[in-house]
Design a protein around this ligand. Structure first.
Ligand code: ZN
Ligand code: ZN
Length: 383
């Protein structure tokens, strides 16, 4: 048995310039949830640079694929042996369906789960296989075990995190990726302290979430750096103390504003020039945390002697280096208490699924903040 749904399918091969017409809404068949899987009605899904990276080829994935991984919805049906959620439960998707049994999970690092990583790379669900087929009956790949640019999704039960009834799902859709990555980098990876200075490079969804996280933990000053003035304006609105248009003098200006260099820098632009500026703007003993995904071919020359002499830490952080099942409900609760205004990351109006390709083009052009798809706005679901 299967259901017909509308979903945004990416086809073809990446070229030198992004071709957004490769992403279009099709009618696809979705299987019923199998053992350990759930069927979710997707309510809201937002556009993330990781979706864009598949389209541009910076993050090569098997195609065709239904994109989308940052989303929230309501459980419609559960397969056998699912105990964590019931039909009617509001859930946030997580793109690491951690198994709880591999070496990384046992180490308390579920975002590094080897089972989830293998599934995500293959474009399959964590337990293997695909649940999507196109009109010709050909299998379609899943994006990060989720594929949320669709009316419905069948995912591993470990790909959903229940949130309290009454949670605003539009805001909740941001929690699984942008918020987890940006806030998690601040609180889990860098463990920023009260009154420590921090510079955030790249103020898209993840960078802006880092600004919110820095506000929440009492960092000061918070310096936003970006090439787009609209992004800098958003960062100031969300609580950055100073906004710097990125150029060759960025590191020097950070050093001036922080009395010799920042305690922390967060690189969320995925660009080597930003990594270099972020590193140069640190004080001795400072810490650079990288969350932006650069092109896999990019290289950054690190001076080893300086790392030692300056006692500098350079680290990566994947999905906030945290525990999504612990962190996502925390972020939802902090938002509910008015202490983490993550709703302000999103643009004030949503787009319908039919405009997903235009939305991706706007994201690529530097749209400030998250673009959210209101999936239900498209009309009645096919049953
Ligand atoms: Zn994402
Ligand atoms: Zn695992």
């Amino acid at each position: 048995m299967s259901t017909t749904i509308s979903a945004a399918v990416l086809r073809g091969e990446p070229g030198p310039e992004p071709d957004f017409a490769r992403l279009s809404v099709e009618q696809v068949r979705l299987d019923e949830p199998g053992d350990g899987e759930v069927l979710v009605d997707v309510h809201f899904a937002s556009l993330c640079h990781s979706d864009l990276s598949v389209l541009t080829g910076d993050r090569p994935r098997p195609l065709p694929m239904v994109l989308g991984h940052e989303a929230a919805g309501v459980v419609a049906r559960t397969g056998r042996s699912v105990t964590e959620v019931c039909p009617g439960d509001p859930v946030v998707f997580t793109y690491v369906a951690s198994c709880g049994r591999c070496g990384f999970c046992r180490d308390g690092r579920p975002v590094l789960c080897s089972r989830a990583h293998a599934g995500n790379t293959a474009g399959e669900l964590a337990a293997g296989g695909r649940r999507l087929r196109d009109a010709d009956g050909e299998p379609v790949h899943h994006h990060l075990g989720v594929s949320a640019f669709a009316e419905r999704a069948v995912v591993d039960a470990a790909s959903v995190i229940p949130v309290p009834a009454g949670t605003d799902l539009r805001t909740a859709s941001l929690l699984g990726c942008a918020v987890s990555t940006g806030v998690g980098a601040v609180v889990n990876a860098a463990r920023v302290g009260l009154g420590e200075s921090a510079a955030v490079f790249g103020c898209g969804g993840v960078g802006l979430a880092a600004v919110l996280g820095l506000r929440a933990v009492g960092a000061a000053p918070i310096i936003a750096v970006d090439r787009h003035d609209a992004h800098l304006e958003r960062a100031l609105e969300l609580g950055a103390d100073l906004a710097l248009h990125a150029d060759e003098s960025t590191a020097e200006r950070i050093r001036e504003a922080t009395g010799g260099g920042a305690h922390h820098a967060f690189e969320a632009a995925g660009a080597v020039a930003a990594v270099e500026s972020a590193y140069r703007g640190l004080r001795r003993g400072g810490r650079l945390t990288m969350v932006g995904l650069a092109n896999p071919a990019a290289r950054w020359p690190v001076p080893p002697a300086e790392l030692v002499a300056h006692d500098v830490t350079v680290s990566g952080s994947y999905l906030g280096s945290g525990v999504p099942r612990r962190d996502v409900p925390r972020y939802a609760a902090l938002h509910g208490a008015g202490r983490l205004p993550v709703d302000r990351l999103a643009a004030s109006t949503s787009i319908p699924l039919s405009e997903v390709a235009e939305g991706m083009a706007r994201l690529h052009a530097g749209f400030p903040g998250r673009i959210v798809i209101d999936i239900a706005a498209r009309g009645a679901r096919s049953a």
